[in-house]
Design a protein around this ligand. Structure first.
Ligand code: BG6
Length: 497
């Protein structure tokens, strides 16, 4: 969310530096920021992990990651040589207070060399079970004390349910001020997600139609083709509702439904978003069956390849009750949205990879055209394409060329790749830069996280208490279980993607 940048000296400490996230996402993002001259002149990255590595081993490991995962390959040796000295490695046990004492000394040495006090960012790229331990040690060694310079970045999942999220918030806010805590939801860093704010609030055209009078319903789809990959161990305890709906999909809903902010201030935007979460009518336990659908993928075909069932994936129980698909029907009970359904769905091993928000408008109040003209008539819709296509399409009706009046739907497209010739930054580039700048707009505040958990808890509880008898209930390569079609068809509507 940066418009300008002040380059204060910064040290980024990554706990879990030997892991996947660091190699695939964090360092490629930091490297791009470096190449684009967004990083401060005085900048250091200190990786900490239990593994034993020298600085050179660590650099080599990161270089391999860049070669494989950077959006800017091939990596130029000259640029890499200039970047590599900014990387240091420290081997340490997160449970041992000596690790933090050594870290303190190392950070002090870096700042001594720079002859300046630096921002210290502690990035927890670690298992959720370790977050509390690391935070407590940072507190004990006074590494968190300087409220203006110390920041903590926490990855999702933030808690496992409402209770654990509250406990984690309680623990963290005893050590850090809320303004020092950056809870990541990487969807908020995506260009097209941020563009929803620009699209809605920088265009006078939309606001007059953005409510229940003109909008019939909203669909939010985040579909993946990948399966659970190597994350069976984590996913078995998560499932689609926790992994995607609690965070990414609800955040998209908030951006779509929020009231116009008074200013572009982090708390103002977050206040408006949390208002949406508070306005959503929780699904009562007895209504879960009618308003929530779960699925688990079976074996199937995806792009010509045979793929296995979820229950046969590594580290997954053969009789697993974990959902890999979830769909919800929600209502935002406020003046603007009363009576407008929001249909959300997400799943793994679906037919296509696509994330989109579709806003379907009400039909025109009176059809003046003869029946033959409107055979293909469809209501207007606005589709915000988040990925892989990035852009916005507006569906209108047009007269087909010819002597008779016949209407056909046509799309007006805005495509990022056509309108702007520069490639979009990765979500982590935007988010890391925001942390360096101390801008929390795109991060989750404690109350947002808790409000999102509160909303999905009744569904989680009912699902846990009543294991599905129909799993697996969709073949890989399809659009999910039939019950998801029924959820929306019951209202006389259908999924659009
Ligand atoms: C993560 C989930 O938060 O988002 C993954 O844990 C999911 O399960 C991923 O695959 C999807 O992110 P993206 O950016 O690929 O849409």
């Amino acid at each position: 969310m940066n418009n300008s940048i002040s380059l204060e000296p910064t040290t980024l400490v990554i706990f879990g530096a030997g892991g996947d996230l660091t190699q695939r996402k964090l360092l490629p993002a930091l490297y791009n920021l470096y190449l684009d001259h967004w990083l401060p002149e005085s900048f250091a990255i200190v990786g900490i992990d239990l593994k034993t590595m020298t600085d050179d081993d660590f650099r080599q490991h990161i270089r391999q990651g860049l070669d494989e995962f950077s959006r800017r390959t091939p990596i130029k040796d000259e640029e890499w040589q200039a970047f590599a000295p900014h990387l240091q490695f420290m081997s340490g046990d997160f449970n041992d207070s000596a690790t933090y004492t050594t870290l303190n000394t190392q950070l002090a040495a870096i700042e001594k060399e720079w002859n300046q006090k630096a921002n210290r960012i502690f990035y927890l790229a670690i298992a959720p079970s370790l977050i509390g331990t690391v935070a407590q040690h940072l507190g004990q060694t006074k590494l968190a004390r300087d409220r203006d310079h110390a920041r903590l970045v926490v990855e999702k999942p933030f808690g496992h349910d409402l209770e654990s999220a509250k406990a984690l918030n309680h623990l963290l806010t005893r050590i850090f001020a809320e303004s020092q805590i950056f809870r990541i939801d990487h969807y908020l860093g995506k260009e097209t997600v941020q563009n929803m704010l620009a699209f809605r609030f920088a265009n006078a055209l939309l606001e007059p139609i953005w409510d229940r009078r003109y909008i019939d319903h909203v669909q939010i789809t985040v579909a993946e083709q990948v399966g659970v990959e190597h994350r069976g161990g984590y996913y078995e305890h998560a499932g689609a509702l926790r992994d995607m709906v609690q965070n990414h999909l609800l955040q998209l809903l908030c951006l779509m439904a929020m009231e116009p902010p008074v200013s572009f201030n982090a708390d103002e935007i977050r206040n408006k978003k949390v208002d949406v979460l508070h306005a959503i009518r929780p699904i009562a336990s007895e209504h879960v069956h009618d308003n929530a659908v779960r699925g688990q993928y079976n074996a199937g075909w995806l792009e010509g390849e045979r793929v296995i069932a979820y229950a046969n994936e590594p580290n997954v129980a053969p009789d697993s009750n974990t959902e890999t698909f979830a769909a919800l029907k929600l209502f935002v009970e406020n003046w603007r949205w009363h009576g407008v359904p929001f249909y959300l769905r997400t799943g793994k091993r679906l037919a296509a990879k696509t994330s989109q928000v579709s806003i379907v408008l009400r039909p025109v109040p009176h059809q003046a055209f003869p029946a033959t003209a409107v055979e293909h008539w469809q209501p207007n819709r606005i589709v915000v394409h988040i990925q892989p296509e990035e852009g916005i399409a507006v569906r209108l009706q047009a007269k087909r060329p010819g002597p008779t009046v016949r209407l056909s739907p046509v799309d007006m497209h805005f495509l990022y790749s056509e309108a702007f010739k520069t490639p979009s930054p990765e979500a982590y580039e935007t988010l890391l830069l925001d942390v360096i700048e101390g801008d929390a707009t795109l991060f989750m505040r404690a109350d947002q996280v808790e409000a999102a958990w509160s909303l999905i808890m009744p569904v989680l509880d009912v699902w846990q208490a009543n294991p599905s008898s129909s799993f697996p209930n969709y073949a890989a390569g399809t659009w999910g279980p039939e019950s998801a079609e029924v959820l929306i068809a019951r209202d006389g509507r259908s999924w659009l993607a």
